[in-house]
Design a binder for this molecule. Structure first.
Ligand code: FES
Length: 122
């Protein structure tokens, strides 16, 4: 039988750790409607546009499962997510096409909402 070590009680004070700080969201200029919206912390372009009464094509309602909420970023666009690589072909990714519901910019950006088109899931 192994010698038992003395037990010590550890108290973790969760208030010691500051809550993770959300990065400050950016402003989004949406074309072709020519409107600028201020995003809330953690909000996607899709949700920000919807909150401001601007419709972006969708089938899934912003859940990231349809691939229809395509927007064109000015280059250089951010790195595509794994999901975006599944829904958007390489040529469009290189042109700066991304999904609005997966885009949470932390700087001011300008995007063009692209017309709805069938998803090209590979
Ligand atoms: S709204 Fe369906 S993938 Fe973005």
């Amino acid at each position: 039988m192994p010698d038992e070590l003395p037990r010590k009680k550890i108290v973790l004070d969760l208030d010691f750790f500051a809550p993770p700080e959300q990065p400050k969201p950016g402003r989004v200029h949406l074309m072709p409607v020519d409107a600028t919206i201020d995003l809330e912390p953690g909000e996607s372009i899709f949700d920000g546009a919807k909150r401001n009464g601007i419709a972006i094509p969708t089938v899934c309602g912003g859940k990231g499962t349809c691939g229809t909420c395509r927007v064109l970023f000015t280059l250089p666009a951010r790195e595509p997510t794994i999901l975006e690589k599944q829904f958007i072909d390489r040529g469009d990714l290189a042109r700066g096409v991304r999904l609005a519901c997966r885009s949470r910019p932390t700087a001011d950006v300008a995007v063009t909402v692209l017309p709805e088109r069938r998803s090209s899931r590979r």
